[in-house]
Every structure is written in structure tokens, then in C-alpha cells.
Design a protein around this ligand. Sequence first.
Ligand SMILES: [Zn+2]
Length: 414
Amino acid sequence: MKVNKERLKQDFDNIARFGKLDNGGVTRLAFSEEDLKARQYLLDVMKSLNLKVSIDAFGNIRGRREGQFDLPPVMIGSHLDTVPNGGHYDGVIGVIGALEVIRVLNENNIVTKRPIEVINFSCEESSRFRAGTLGSKVMVGKFTKDKLKTSIDKDGISLYDALKQAGYDPDRLEDARINNGDIYAFMEMHIEQGPVLEQEKYQVGIVTAIAAPTRFKVLIEGRADHSGNTPMNMRKDALTGASALILGVEQIAKSEAGERTVGTVGYVYVEPGAMNVVPGKVELGIDIRDINSTDKKVAVKKVIDLIHKIQKQRNLEIKYEILADEEPVVLSNKIISCLENEAKKYGFSYKLMPSGAGHDAMYMTNVTNVGMIFIPSINGVSHNIAEFSRMEDIKMGTDLLLKATIKLAQEECE
Ligand SMILES: [Zn+2]
């Protein structure tokens, strides 16, 4: 019983057409015309595989393969939407892998105890509405109706209207809720989006935990003065203050918090931004992540202390706002060991590893046992047109997904 690489490739190529760019990348924003076409393709395939299709009020698509008993299902899947100018692998491989699992089960006439469901979560990427993993958040009750009309894209279209236009039913958003126990287990196969598996030459990653970010927006105010006439000791340079903070964030993440702490200043805006003016204002964004909640708190506290120190030392006005402060999650030991056992049995080399990026899998931990499989990302590139994973690796990951799905659906995982 084996996964068929050609069929995976066919689904991959078919979906890649929707939103394909001349430069080789793809733009398939949530609920855009391209996304809706990809969804229609998925619906057609699901029907051709005899899955029972349902679509909830937020557009999350589920295709169900019945089991021997009417029990809570094993759910597998990911997302089809992308960032602008993104790659073809992020999200997509988790959906096509899930479809291939169903094909293999169908062609081998396998009846599992529990039903198996394939899912495509809506709006996983935050690019369009500045908030991501929305499909899973809606399902577990972490994104509610009141935010639909205030989430607006760059063209002024609200999430509420986008859902309506797509034919979904935002007024009944709470119908999309699922509860603890409704799903027996959830597994998501995804590209790693980092360089570790390729560099260390592993075939697959088995994810143990998902890091969560704490994000700061920092506004530093000094005074914009003439760069020629203002002596060094009379300046209030917002950018040199920002530089001290940026290097400090690096230092804290590198050696003053946990082993896995990462800290990034991903953007800096400088005002007025002229060669001959001392920078008067800087805005920057800090992103701190860890899979260990305590270590992350240590890092966050040190960053805040540093902000106060720089403010005092450099006589600047610094304000900060915490935009997000989420808890890291640990994935299910039962599913991790199930994946490990199957990987050992079939001779796949694997690495137990954390995920630095957020996924729908993270929110599904609120209602069920969750596992994740990572596929090597060549050169670690993601959210970029150069994103690439080898079909051979995707096949192997799908094989592992297949084996573990069967084990779970047969209740043979301890
Ligand atoms: Zn993704």
C-alpha cells in the first residue's frame, strides 16, 4: 500500500495554476477569485473520491470518508491560500497529501474504524486581513463575529463582505464551532519553512511543539535636528536609540533567554529619513518566539527593561504596544510517538523538532490531539517565489501521514 507520486504531482500542478505568476510564484489570497477556484478544484476532487463534503460558515471545507463506526473522525489537512508573491508548497502539500491518503485507502478498499476527514482551512495566511490561521480560530471559538466587519483588506473590503461574496454565511459564524471531543485527532503535513531538515539531511520532521510569538510595536521619539549644526552631545537621535534596541534584542535572544529563543526586528521606519537630518522618529517591530513559555517571558521582560534603559540613557521618548502575546503549545505525545513508530518501521530518517511558525494545528490543540509532519524546505526558503520542496520528500511525508492516519483511525496508537 503506497502513496503515488504522480498523483500527488498532478494535484500539485492543478492547484498551482490558480494564481500562478509569470515569475514562477503564486498569489492566492484568502477568498480571492484564485482561492475560490482552488477551492472548487478541491471540492471536485473530494466528490470524485466519494467524500461527503461540508462547508462551514467560514468556508472551511471538510470531506469525510466514513468509517465502520460513527465516531469522531481523524482529521488531516492544511490550507490552500498563500501570501502575495508566495510559493506553491506552503499549505498546499498538506491538502494534496490528505487527498492522496484517501485515494490509497479507497483503492485498497480499507475500512477504518473511525471516519477520516480532509480539511482545507480558510484564510490561514495573515496577508489579506492582517490576521492568520482564522479558519481554525473560528472553529475553536477564538475568532468571533464582531471582528468580521473590522478586519479590512487593503482595498477596503471587510472579511464579512469577502465571505458573503464567496457565498459563505458570516452571520452564522458560530455554527462553525467545534467542541472538545468532536474530532478524535488532527494531523497537518507542512513544509518546514526553515533550513534544519535539509542541512541535517533528515527526510521528515516530527513536530513536538509550536512556538508562539510575542510582538511589540515600538515608537521611539527623539528630535529631528540639522545634522551639521547639532553637536553630538546635544542630540536626541531616535535611530541610534533604535539601533541599541535592535542589537539588544539579538543579544537577549542569542544568549540571555532560552536555548530556542529567537528574536527579530523585522522592520524599521525612520522619519524624516533624510541624509542631513538627525532622525527624529523611529517605529520598529519586535517578534520574540519560543516553544518554552518561561523562557519567552524572560526574553520579553528583558526587552522591556532594555527599552526603559535606552529611554533614560538617551533621553528619548519610547512607547511600546504589545500586539500579540500567545502561548506556545505542545503537541500530542500519543501522536508524536505514533509518528515516530511508523517512521522507524518504514525506515524514514526523522528529526523531532519544534515549529517556529504558527499553523492551524496550533489552534486545533484546543479541542483535540494534534500532530504535525514537516517536509524539508530547500534552502529553508518560504513565503517567497523560490520556495521549493522535492516531490520525493513530499511523497515520503505523505506515506508517513498515511500510516499514522490509519493507526489513529484504527485506534492502534497508544
Ligand atoms: Zn502554511
